[in-house]
Design a protein around this ligand. Structure first.
Ligand SMILES: [Zn+2]
Length: 448
């Protein structure tokens, strides 16, 4: 059994001193506080659970920083999507695997030990299935295997361009399935993931605009016990179209019709009424927030105050993967609330740390959304990270997470996923070779 000793560790009931964690294989076996380090312990200063990144579209990492030039008309989500489709339409399986591996290295270096890959780039460039219909899912699994990140694979069902069952557009040809072909794709994806230790699979109906109500009902039956993720209420236009077609707002419709419970994760849930926020919180589902992407795309901001006041579960995801960082996501989540309310420390409980509230919430909600357990506790996966506070040794336990999220000076040091130490001194063990391949692939993609 391997063991780590930390001067400070964040346990489920708070910070504890002199903590020794024993782990074997993928899981934590023992947690003891107030204990001296043993001779074979790996010693660290500050140890925390690593986080789940609950929402990613890996291929979009390739266009990070390449869609920030203003177009001839007003730029918004829909013009960004046009650029994204162009990019998506050109990528082959080798290129996607290279981009996904680079992304997963960056996630691990940021302290994310597991990713929920909302995977919808399925087919060949002409829209026809590959010889193995799950080829691209196999490549996502391969990228996770190369990097060691924990994977919850969420194959996406995508069938329509808008509400009312409208036919998909030509730009969506690589995403599209019917229920039959999706069943085969799901089998292939599950088979690929089953060969990766610690991997899980769920299902992802893309959104209410891309999935008709009767298809959603069929998909929910296919999901088994795994998580169900769906994009909901990201855009005002989407809410308006939903009201026209289904006479309800997206979150409202899902709560009334889809049997939303603790297996569900509603990605974004940006545009909610107070009543929807209360209903979603009570459903037990996780709100999958992607604050950096939502800011980058100009989506809007989440109704955090009402949602959290009703004990709503939330986690964070990097979605478009324009920037990867636990601290960036959590800071943006809080800052959006501050700007909207013109107040400070919105998510914290009175007298409590904002950083702790954000971090604890995202650890628990992220694990729930990806079908796993969280925390430094016996039986949970050995998904852990250290923080290096050597530049700010005066920062005590109660301010470590506030400092990490809101200020400079504290960095991620080491990261373990499923008991394997993959990041040391802030750098992934295979960073150089994976980054070199990524640069080669990007040179191919941006010059064609
Ligand atoms: Zn998304």
């Amino acid at each position: 059994m391997a063991s780590i000793h930390a001067k400070l560790a964040l346990l489920p009931d708070g910070w504890a001193s002199d903590v020794r964690i024993g782990f074997k294989g993928r899981d934590i076996e023992t947690v003891d506080a107030g204990i001296e380090a043993g001779p074979d312990d790996e010693r660290h200063d500050v140890l925390l659970p690593a986080m789940s990144n609950l929402h990613s579209h890996a291929f979009q990492r390739g266009m990070a920083g390449l869609a920030e030039t203003r177009g001839p008309t007003e730029d918004n989500f829909w013009s960004w999507r046009t650029v994204m489709y162009k990019f998506a339409l050109s990528m082959n399986p080798d290129q996607m695997q290279a981009i996904a591996a680079q992304l997963y290295v960056e996630m691990l270096e940021a302290g994310f030990s597991r990713v929920g890959e909302f995977h919808y780039l399925h087919h060949d460039r002409d829209g026809r299935p590959y010889a193995d219909i799950a080829e691209m899912a196999v490549r996502i699994v391969a990228a996770a295997e190369e990097t060691g990140i924990g994977l919850t694979l969420l194959p996406v069902f995508y069938a329509h361009s808008n509400f009312g069952g409208l036919s998909p557009t030509d730009g969506q040809r690589r995403f599209v399935c019917n229920l039959d072909s999706f069943g085969r794709l799901l089998d292939g994806a599950r088979h690929a993931a089953s060969r990766l230790p610690g991997a899980a699979t769920g299902i992802a109906p893309h959104s209410l605009r891309a999935v008709a109500p009767e298809e959603l009902a069929a998909l929910t039956k296919l999901s088994g016990e795994g998580p169900i993720h769906i994009h909901a209420a990201e855009q005002v236009k989407e809410v308006e179209d939903c009201i026209s077609a289904l006479h309800r707002r997206p979150v409202e419709w899902l709560l009334e019709n889809a049997g939303v419970d603790g297996r569900w994760c509603l990605i974004h849930a940006t545009h909610m009424t107070q009543e929807e926020a209360r209903g979603l919180a009570r459903s037990g589902a996780v709100a999958g927030l992607c604050p950096v992407t939502e800011a980058n795309l100009g989506d809007g901001f989440f109704e955090a105050e009402t949602y959290l006041a009703n004990d709503g579960a939330f986690g964070v995801g990097s979605d478009s993967n324009v920037l990867i960082g636990i601290r960036d996501e959590l800071r943006q989540l809080e800052y959006a609330q501050r700007l909207a309310r013109r107040a400070r420390n919105i998510v914290a409980v009175p007298g409590g740390s904002t950083g702790r509230r954000l971090f604890d919430g995202a650890i628990a909600g992220g694990a729930q959304a990806l079908g796993g357990r969280s925390g430094l506790v016996a039986g949970a996966p050995a998904d852990m990270m250290t923080l290096d506070r050597s530049a700010v040794p005066y920062v005590g336990a109660d301010q470590i997470l506030d400092h990490f999220i809101f200020a400079n000076g504290i960095r991620v040091g080491s990261v373990w996923a499923g008991g394997r130490k993959l990041v040391d001194g802030g750098r992934h063990l295979r960073r150089e070779e994976i980054a070199a391949r990524f640069r080669r692939v990007m040179a191919e993609l941006v010059t064609h």
